[in-house]
Design a protein around this ligand. Structure first.
Ligand SMILES: Cc1cc2nc3c(=O)[nH]c(=O)nc-3n(C[C@H](O)[C@H](O)[C@H](O)COP(=O)(O)OP(=O)(O)OC[C@H]3O[C@@H](n4cnc5c(N)ncnc54)[C@H](O)[C@@H]3O)c2cc1C
Length: 347
């Protein structure tokens, strides 16, 4: 057997939340062959699997009974380039921010607004990562995955991925069935930069920048993020814990009458997105703390681990926030973070 199955591995350094967690078994996956071998091993040993990229969107249990697959599939290929665009094939295990940095260095347009999002390329399509007015679905052309049951390697085109706000087929129909191995992107070379997002516009006006270059936009996104989000090197966090709820306009009208300063964003299809951070801020406030868990001082949507909190404590804190928001606004927040049970994803 080419792969090594490690036993009783401490996982806290593999996730950004920094909770103490241990896996019964771990395999480091550097090729599709190794992935197939690991899946066969899990099947033969009748254990469940958990796929981990950068661990920046998961909350782990204290002990995971099963096999954790650490996806380290590397690839950074240019598969087509002409004067208008470039097509890239990127391995699931590549670091997202490093890939974005590379595209900005090359002058390929599109991903600069998504700078500094933690995690791997392979996880980016799963929740259709987005920030500062851009969602990754705009630049993905197809996704390759290994089907965990049939072990077939399958390409799925962008228009079949059912991309939506923080959602895709990988969180729905293909949940627990697909392990993403490669992602294909198409980036234009001459396109309008997306500088219109409120906080970026404010940043540029504060810095006297009128027509930002791609590099200036990339730098601005990094600086704005650093001023608003915790530094995952020093503080445990998974970023936004909840999704921004999408509500029908009648509900928004009622809420706006009661809360005139409610923060909303119109969306296609007659829905309006409400800033979950605003709701949480009103319900419990920024910097609200119970024991070692709290909302971040700069942004109430972010839950932080002040040190030593367990996954259960963080879940309890998230439930408290959920119930406070429900009580005040009659809105049921949905977690964006994937909460992993102690033996999820049986195969
Ligand atoms: C400080 C901070 C800021 C953030 N800001 C943003 C933001 O602006 N926008 C945004 O959209 N997100 C944001 N996030 C969330 C997170 O960075 C993204 O969701 C990211 O794509 C997760 O990548 P990951 O590799 O860490 O995934 P992981 O946390 O490792 O995994 C997330 C889920 O995907 C599954 N998974 C991972 N890799 C694969 C694979 N190859 N195949 C199949 N399943 C897989 C896991 O099983 C798990 O269910 C932020 C997080 C933090 C900590």
């Amino acid at each position: 057997m080419a792969i090594t199955i490690e036993k009783q591995v401490e996982l806290s350094s593999y996730t950004t939340m920094g909770v103490s967690a241990k896996a019964q078994y771990v395999a480091r996956i550097n090729s599709v062959g190794a992935l197939v071998e690991a899946l066969n091993w899990a099947k033969n040993n009748k254990v469940g699997i958990l796929v981990l990229g950068g661990g920046s969107n998961v909350l782990l249990p204290r002990y995971f009974e099963g096999l954790v697959l650490l996806v380290g599939l590397k690839k950074k290929d240019i598969i087509h380039e002409d004067e208008y665009s470039v097509e890239l094939l990127i391995g699931a295990g590549e670091n997202w921010h490093e890939m974005v940095e590379w595209t900005v260095e090359k002058g390929w347009i599109g991903l600069e607004n998504l700078a500094l999002i933690p995690g791997s390329v392979g996880a980016a399509p799963i929740q259709n990562i987005g920030a500062y007015g851009v969602e990754v679905e705009e630049y993905i052309t197809s996704v390759q995955y290994l089907h965990v049951e049939t072990l077939d390697l399958i390409w799925i085109d962008r228009d079949k991925c059912n991309f939506a706000y923080r959602n895709s087929i990988f969180k729905d129909e293909l949940k627990n069935k697909a392990i993403i191995t490669e992602v294909q992107f198409k980036l234009p070379k001459n396109a309008q930069l997306r500088t219109d997002y409120e906080s970026l516009g404010y940043f540029f006006s504060q810095h006297g920048i009128h027509n930002p270059s791609q590099q200036q936009l990339f730098d601005a996104v990094i600086q704005v993020r650093q001023s608003r989000l915790p530094d995952i090197q020093t503080q445990g966090s998974c970023g936004s814990f909840f999704k921004n709820p999408l509500l029908p306009s009648e509900q928004i009208d009622r809420l706006s009458t009661r809360f005139p300063d409610i923060k909303t964003y119109p969306m296609p299809g007659g829905y309006t997105k409400v800033a979950a951070g605003w709701l949480i801020d009103k319900a419990v406030g920024k910097g609200f703390r119970k024991g070692q868990v709290g909302t971040y001082e700069q942004q109430a949507l972010v839950i932080v681990n002040h040190g030593g909190a367990s996954g259960d404590e963080i879940c309890e804190f998230a439930s408290l926030i959920h119930s406070k928001v429900l009580e005040m606004f009659k809105i049921s927040l949905e977690a964006e973070v994937q909460i992993i049970s102690k033996n999820s994803k049986d195969i």
